[in-house]
Design a binder for this molecule. Structure first.
Ligand code: FE2
Ligand code: FE2
Length: 297
């Protein structure tokens, strides 16, 4: 039960913020006339924000220090990136949550009792309900875009990408509810998943940079090629070769994390020309930090 509670909260701390931000990226991407689509995205942004606030409240003293320190919950850039994103889009963000996340304490001995277990069961059910709705919305947006019924400033591949992330979160929660833990997750499957995600981030970054940012575009292109190779290697790997590949992937992802951190900082400080929202730059950095923690395990 202890494992179930800790792993549930850690999963939400990372993924619920990711879902809240996906909802914001969707909401910000529609032309002003698309009021129905905007309303639907706004609904999920608000629901996930309220959900994340409850998760953070339940997490104090109940998640591992290594998760809090990994940079997957918040980074040094998150707070400012939120402020800039509010300034650009006019979409409100409750940064009190971010402040509370920065102050979260790691596991303590006491306090995980029956009441917390009930609370966490409720959170998991609530997240699964929200995920069903958000996945449907993402799929409907994609269908409308690729049939040329709807214009948005997001790439169709970005919608597919964030749908896959939502489905991964959903699969973890279903696994937790079924077995009580995430301990039996298949490392090869995870590497295939995240190598593709990392590759696509590089493709998005290169496509959202200003055409004059030639150096950064070249670096992003190189990362996309390297992750494509790692993705293919992960698909083919087995046994011992997976351990070697994991070590190689970890090195690559450390370099990538540094590139993304420099990008998040450069975008926050107005030193990079692009159409990347500051919160998107921070978002992809957190996803790399999350992947690094998985690779280090
Ligand atoms: Fe994401
Ligand atoms: Fe992503």
């Amino acid at each position: 039960m202890e494992v179930y509670m800790i792993q549930s909260l850690e999963t939400h701390l990372f993924f619920a913020r990711i879902m809240k931000e996906h909802s914001l990226f969707l909401e910000a991407s529609f032309p002003a006339k698309e009021t129905r689509w905007i309303q639907r995205a706004k609904f999920f942004r608000e629901e996930w924000e309220a959900f994340l606030a409850d998760v953070v409240r339940a997490s104090d003293g109940n998640v591992r220090r290594e998760v809090l320190d990994s940079g997957e919950v918040v980074t040094p850039f998150t707070m400012f990136a939120e402020r800039k994103t509010v300034q650009y889009t006019g979409i409100p963000i409750n940064s009190d949550i971010t402040l509370e996340e920065q102050r979260l304490k790691g596991l303590s001995q006491s306090g995980r009792h029956c009441e917390l277990l009930r609370l966490i069961r409720g959170l998991n059910r609530r997240a699964l309900r929200l995920l069903g709705g958000l996945i449907r919305l993402k799929e409907e947006i994609l269908a409308a875009m690729v049939s040329c019924q709807l214009y948005t400033t997001n790439y169709p591949l970005l919608i597919q990408h964030i749908t896959r992330e939502a489905k991964l979160y959903q699969s973890f929660l279903m696994h937790l509810e079924r077995t009580g833990s995430l301990c039996s997750r298949d490392m090869q499957e995870l590497e295939v998943f995240w190598n593709q995600i990392m590759m696509e981030h590089a493709l998005f970054i290169r496509g959202l940079l200003d055409p004059t940012e030639e150096g950064l575009i070249e670096t992003a292109d190189a990362f996309s090629r390297e992750y494509r190779a790692l993705l293919e290697a992960a698909r083919a790997a087995e046994g011992r070769s997976l351990a070697e590949l994991t070590a190689r992937t970890k090195e690559e992802t450390e370099r990538y994390r540094d590139f993304k951190a420099a990008g998040a900082q450069g975008i926050n400080e107005c030193e990079i020309r692009s159409i990347i929202l500051p919160l998107l730059a921070d978002h992809v950095l957190r996803e790399a930090n999350h992947y690094l923690r998985i690779l280090e395990r």
